[in-house]
Design a binder for this molecule. Structure first.
Ligand SMILES: O=C(O)CCC(=O)C(=O)O
Ligand SMILES: [Fe+2]
Length: 216
């Protein structure tokens, strides 16, 4: 594991680069969005997005996921998650400038976003990789965080314990290379002591015409 701080002189334009293994790399921007864009964003997203709390079936039993979710993207883009097929109907105005800034910083044109709202430290997300077929063979995933700081953890795929943990603060942006999904799983563990709410936007590029698979 190597961490290379590529310098803070250029502010938000210069991410911290982290190598998990080989080409499995992360880039973390602090203060990713300009203050004017970031200031009211959390409240605006709470008000504008189509928040749901899906019920999913795991080993034959139904559970309510421990967070709220919303999914948006270019009109007509299909995506299957939490056991349901969704078709995007365009971007809410509040998300467009965020999508544009994130795409520009990362150098990847994202066409959809999965939003997660963790109401407090009891809300969480279990280990998974974002490697659904509709994300194509090389999925770049960008994850923008707002609000309460939470830990984001990794473990090798195919068995193995947590091998890396990263705190994701307010207004930070994390970019994951495709090899991160291919070689590792990630999770947002429960943290009982955290009182505040956190929003996360995971930007993705969905390739249409590829048959979807269930995503929890
Ligand atoms: O909330 C986070 O930081 C993680 C979200 C995530 O991994 C996902 O939506 O796939
Ligand atoms: Fe994920």
């Amino acid at each position: 594991m190597t961490v290379n701080d590529s310098g803070s002189a250029a502010g938000q334009k210069m991410p911290e680069a982290i190598t998990l293994a080989g080409q499995a790399r992360l880039w973390l921007w602090h203060h990713a969005l300009p203050a004017a864009q970031h200031r009211l964003l959390q409240a605006d997203l709470n008000a504008a997005l189509d928040w749901q709390q899906p019920r999913i079936q795991v080993f034959g039993r139904y559970h309510t996921v421990p967070r709220l979710t919303a999914w948006h993207g270019d009109a007509g883009i299909p995506y299957r998650y939490s056991g349901h097929q969704h078709v995007a109907d365009g971007w809410p105005d509040v998300l467009k400038p965020v999508r544009d800034t994130v795409s520009e910083l990362c150098g990847h044109p994202f066409n959809s976003v999965l939003a997660n709202r963790y109401r407090n430290g009891k809300d969480c997300m279990g280990y998974h990789s974002d490697d659904e077929p509709e994300l194509g063979p090389e999925p770049w995933i960008a994850s923008y965080s707002l609000g309460a700081e939470r830990d984001f953890v990794f473990r090798p795929r195919g068995g193995g314990r947590q091998c890396f943990s990263l705190a994701l603060p307010d207004n930070s942006l994390l970019l994951m290379s495709p090899q991160v999904q291919q070689q590792f799983q990630h999770a947002l563990p429960r943290r009982q002591r955290v009182q505040g709410e956190r929003l996360n936007l995971t930007f993705r590029r969905i390739f249409t015409g590829i048959s979807p698979r269930t995503r929890n």
